[in-house]
Structure formats: C-alpha cells, structure tokens
Design a protein around this ligand. Structure first.
Ligand SMILES: Nc1ncnc2c1ncn2[C@@H]1O[C@H](COP(=O)(O)OP(=O)(O)OP(=O)(O)O)[C@@H](O)[C@H]1O
Ligand SMILES: NCC(=O)N[C@@H]1O[C@H](COP(=O)([O-])[O-])[C@@H](O)[C@H]1O
Ligand SMILES: [Mg+2]
Length: 387
C-alpha cells in the first residue's frame, strides 16, 4: 500500500474536519465537498468543492474532475444511487455504497436489522398519511416516537403522549423531512436506563474491533453530552458487540461505524447506526490513543490498529448557538481552558442558527461523573457573540 491517497469527503462538517486532519497527518490529499462554502473540513483540506450532494450531475462533475481513490461520505443526505455507480466504476466508497444507501433512510437499515437479521429493535410501523399514522399509533400504543424516514439529528422527531397529539407529530415530521417523501416511522417508546454508541471498527483484513462504549444524553433528538466508558454490564456489552458485528458484516466494507443501542433493565435494543464517525464519538478526541477519526482512516486505508487505549474516563459537551448570525465570535475560551485536562474544538462554521452545534468541550478526569461535570462547565463558559 502506497501513500498518499486522494480522499474525497462528501460532507465537510466538524466530523469531516477532524477526519481531514487525521488523513493529512499521514500525508494524504483531501478534497472536501459540502453544500456551502467555508465548511469546517474545507478550512483544513487541500481542495474543496461546493455542490448539491443530492444531485447526481454535481457528484459526477466533482468525481470526474478529482478522480479520488476513495469516496468518504460524512453525512447521510447524498444521492446514494450515484455512489453505487461510482463503486461499480472501481472507486472505493466507504464503508460500501450499500451501507450508505441502507442508512440514508431509517426504513432499510431497520428492516435489515429486524427482518433479515432478527435483531431486537423497538416495535415499529410506517405511515404515509395522517390516517395511517393514527391507526399505527393505536396499535403501537402511547407514548411512542414519530420520525420522518428521511431525517437526522432529531429533525421532525417527537414523542407522542396520547392520541390527541398524533396530528401535531405528523405535521412536525412532514415539515422536518428531508426531500419530498411523506413517509414516517412510528416506534414504541423505549424506557431505557442508558443509551450508548458502540464505535465499531470494521477492517478489510483483520477482525472487527470496538472502542469502550460511549454513553450519551440527547435533547430534541440531538446529542448534548457523551461520556466514555458507559457503565454497562459485561454481558450487555458482549450482546451489543455481537449485534454490531452482525449488522456491520451485513453492510460490508471497512471503516468505523457508530452503532446506537438502548440498554433497558433487561434488554439490549438496536436503534440505528452511522457508517462513519459518530457525533457522540467526539469524546475520543480526548479519551483515546487513537480517536475515532484516526481509527476510521486506518480502517479505510487498511493500516494496522495494534491497540486502542483509553487514557481516562472522559466526556464531551456540545456548544450550541442560540440564534441566526453570520458573524461568529466566542467569548470565555480562556476561562474554559483554565481547568486541567479540558480542551475545546470550535468548528469555525461560518454562520449559526438556533441549536446549531458550533463547538464541543472535552474533559478527562478520575471518574466519568467528574469528566461530565468538567466538560459541561467548560461548554457553559463559552458564549457565542456577534462581535
Ligand atoms: N424509540 C425510541 N424510544 C426512546 N427514545 C428514542 C426512540 N427513538 C429515538 N429516541 C431518542 O431520540 C434520539 C434520536 O433518535 P435517532 O437516533 O433515531 O435520530 P437521529 O435523528 O437519527 O439522530 P442522529 O442522526 O443524531 O443519530 C435517540 O438517541 C434517543 O435519545
Ligand atoms: N448527527 C450527525 C452529525 O453530527 N453530523 C455532523 O454535523 C455536520 C452538519 O452540521 P450542520 O447541520 O451544523 O451543518 C455534518 O457535516 C457532520 O460533521
Ligand atoms: Mg441517532
């Protein structure tokens, strides 16, 4: 294997930025692509392109122009049929074009896990009209969770407490849906003790390996804080590792996957997975010898991963914007960094909107509780101002 390789990143947010840094540390050439200019990964990549990644023509144009060795999707919203075509033409799509196609929408990956592989998931049904959703809701029971089939980061997702709320949830899901599909998934509400991301590294020519489990807390369907290791019983962890291996084997290829599980008093329930680094996995930027981006890169390029070492209990806490602005400054950086074993990533997104993730605070400590408190404290010291 000869380096450098040319890597084309489809999606250039905070996850892509750290991946680009990891790739360039080993001398690779990165072309960062996204829908808007000055996206985080573009600030550190060798070259960049601003296109609609849902457009087959746009994708064709940039792939023909740059002739990458690898196409590395960083977001879900990509014209995945086109990725299948690139793969047939001999370009390696990470982890596989099939994996990006199956995980673009919630229905295919859910059916693969539940129907083909027999993995335990929340009870679910689909609806394409309000009337269908009302019937499905009465069958699944209350509370339940309604989500657009095409969405991520909690967009269009709501918890429905009773029959009177179904219509509001339907409208919210349709408004929050990516594209023009009017299909929603309704799931039984899982009353979990903890939810985890199991970073699963699938390699070309070596066995699948795992990072210590990451616990996380979500609000509005979007992650607020994560910590590692998550305290779960060894037999639960083993069960999650077996499911993660089964699902990622069915998707094939190589790379890191963020496999999400709900852990209840007596069950391990598969939720969904990202065939790429996971937002909650940003905690590995401080916790491990190799972070999730370095692991992804090594898996993609077929480089060895001799060990994954967790240095100490660690945590991450998000820094969110509160309003629309295109003039972003951060106050409180010095205060946040004055505590030992605390670090920050400020993504450099050119504009903000309410709840947009603009940065993350990272912390290490003697226990996950202390690390969480430190990361939260550091994040709360950062104030986003206009000038
Ligand atoms: N059936 C459920 N029962 C209980 N909580 C749920 C259920 N489905 C989703 N949630 C909560 O909402 C969060 C977001 O849901 P999910 O992961 O399906 O959405 P997402 O939009 O794909 O998020 P992301 O892209 O950020 O991973 C979950 O992490 C969990 O906290
Ligand atoms: N849960 C998926 C996730 O966290 N994805 C990360 O957020 C970026 C989009 O951010 P934006 O919406 O602020 O542009 C994506 O590009 C990726 O880095
Ligand atoms: Mg999720």
């Amino acid at each position: 294997m000869k380096l450098p390789k040319k890597l084309m990143l489809l999606g250039s947010g905070e996850l892509g930025k750290e991946f680009t840094i990891a790739a360039q540390r080993l001398g690779n050439h990165v072309v960062a692509v996204d829908r808007y200019p000055h996206a985080p990964a573009m600030q550190v990549a060798d070259e960049c392109e601003v296109i609609s990644m849902l457009s087959a023509e746009d994708l064709e144009r940039v792939v023909s122009k740059h002739q990458p060795d690898y196409i590395i999707p960083e977001i879900e919203a990509i014209r995945t049929e086109k990725l299948l075509e690139f793969e047939q033409r001999g370009i390696t799509v990470i982890p596989t074009a099939k994996a990006t196609d199956y995980t673009m929408n919630r229905d295919r990956i859910r059916e693969l896990a539940h129907q083909e592989l027999g993995v335990r998931t929340a009870k679910y049904a689909y609806a394409t009209t309000l009337a269908e959703l009302q019937v499905a809701a009465s069958e699944i029971g209350f509370p339940n969770v309604v989500k657009p089939v095409m969405s991520s980061s909690g967009k269009g997702q709501s918890v429905v407490a009773s029959a009177t709320e179904v219509e509001t949830a339907w409208n919210y899901a349709i408004d929050g849906s990516r594209g023009d599909t009017h299909k929603v998934i309704i799931e039984e509400f899982i009353n979990f003790e903890i939810e985890i991301t199991l970073l699963t590294i699938k390699q070309w020519n070596a066995p699948t390996i795992f990072c210590p489990p990451i616990g996380h807390r979500q609000e509005r369907g979007d992650y607020q804080e994560s910590w590692q290791p998550a305290q779960i019983k060894p037999d639960r962890l083993l069960a999650a590792q077996e499911i993660a291996t089964q699902v990622t084997d069915a998707l094939g290829g190589a790379g890191i996957f963020g496999v999400e599980f709900f852990i209840t008093a007596d069950e391990v329930i598969f939720s969904e997975l990202s065939p790429r680094p996971h937002d909650t996995g940003m905690v590995t930027l401080i916790s491990q010898n190799l972070n999730e981006f370095e692991l992804h890169l090594r898996a993609v390029l077929g480089l060895p991963i001799p060990n994954i070492v967790q240095y100490a209990p660690s945590a991450s806490a998000v820094i969110l914007a509160s309003k629309n602005s295109d003039s972003i400054y951060f106050n409180g950086v010095a205060e946040a960094l004055s505590v030992p074993d605390v670090d920050l990533r400020l993504f450099g997104k050119p504009d903000s909107r309410p709840y947009r993730r603009m940065g993350v605070a990272l912390a290490k400590a003697e226990t996950t509780e202390l690390a969480r408190a430190k990361a939260f404290e550091a994040a709360s010291k950062i104030e986003i101002v206009d000038r």
